[in-house]
Design a binder for this molecule. Structure first.
Ligand SMILES: CC(C)(COP(=O)(O)OP(=O)(O)OC[C@H]1O[C@@H](n2cnc3c(N)ncnc32)[C@H](O)[C@@H]1OP(=O)(O)O)[C@@H](O)C(=O)NCCC(=O)NCCS
Length: 263
């Protein structure tokens, strides 16, 4: 069988219109695969959003090109060195289920030869993406609860050892950013209400104790982070940061942070 030429190329703003159209058609077809309602992930049908992501220095936006036509897109981010995130992949519906998604993933892996870990999240309800990622060798490691729906969190480890992007609690240092850590939630306080010194706004705050095989640290949780963390569960935090407060080193979760409840 002769296979159509397939390429992944960095997207340019002049591609944004076609990419937005393919993205809208792709995610609108989720209605046939368990979607609880119309719509897609943030910005999926917005030209401005797609243009801003093409220009975003922290994300790598690729177009999927088959026989000179743009048939889909792929957005990659990194959470740390060689810890790659598949932020989004889509194919125009007329090009789905022909093995292109699988081929695209192989091309992406070739573009990131030093990647140690690939991670991604997808809605639990999605009856198409879950089998797709599993067919690529992704393994569910946990669940996320940061949206109105629960997410399945997948990982594909390329190396056997401890990824260099991840840290142990004993290694945390003042000012450390982009921390990825796993630990057990040993304690969690009741929620208090405090007033923001900057805006006067009322904020919810709770403290948890996170422990791993090297130590323990106070984990500070704000607002919508609080219900995502439960006592006696193992969690992974991405985009954490460590900072001293009243002589105690504490871990917090940044604006783009994520809590995964591990299986
Ligand atoms: C997810 C997506 C990228 C898959 O791409 P694709 O090219 O259609 O997938 P492939 O043809 O390579 O399929 C590989 C395997 O995935 C699974 N799979 C793919 N589509 C499936 C479907 N509709 N139902 C069940 N399993 C499916 C199957 O195991 C398939 O192997 P098989 O065809 O031998 O049974 C595509 O369906 C898509 O663009 N979906 C909408 C956007 C989206 O949800 N993106 C991911 C979230 S960011």
């Amino acid at each position: 069988m002769v296979r159509n030429a397939l390429a992944l190329q960095r997207a340019n703003v002049k591609d944004a219109e076609v990419l937005t159209e393919t993205c809208k058609r792709a995610f609108d077809s989720d209605s046939e695969y368990g979607s609880p309602g119309p719509g897609g992930p943030p910005g999926y049908d917005s030209l401005e959003w797609n243009m801003s992501i093409i220009n975003n220095q922290y994300l790598q936006y690729y177009k999927i090109v088959s026989e000179d036509d743009i048939v889909g897109g792929f957005i990659v981010a990194d959470r740390g060195p060689d810890y790659q995130v598949c932020e989004r992949i889509w194919l125009d519906p007329e090009n789905m289920r022909k093995g292109l998604g699988t081929r695209v993933f192989k091309l992406v892996c070739e573009l990131y030869p030093s990647a140690e870990v690939w991670v991604l999240g997808t809605p639990e309800w999605n009856t198409r993406t879950n089998p797709f990622y599993q067919s690529l060798g992704f393994v569910q490691i946990g669940k996320t609860h940061d949206y109105s729906w629960d997410g399945i969190y997948y990982e594909k480890k390329i190396i056997d050892g401890f990824p260099k992007a991840m840290s142990k609690i004993e290694d945390f240092r003042e000012g450390q950013q982009r921390i990825i850590v796993e630990g057990n939630v040993e304690k969690i306080s009741s929620t208090r209400i405090v007033k923001s010194r900057k805006t006067g706004e009322e904020l919810k705050v709770a403290n948890a104790t996170l422990s791993d095989d090297t130590g323990s640290i106070k984990l500070v949780l704000w607002n919508q982070q609080i219900p995502q963390v439960r006592k006696d569960t193992n969690i992974r935090i991405e985009e954490g940061f460590a900072k001293y407060y009243r002589d105690e080193l504490q871990l917090s979760i940044g604006q783009w942070g994520l809590v995964v409840t591990l299986l």
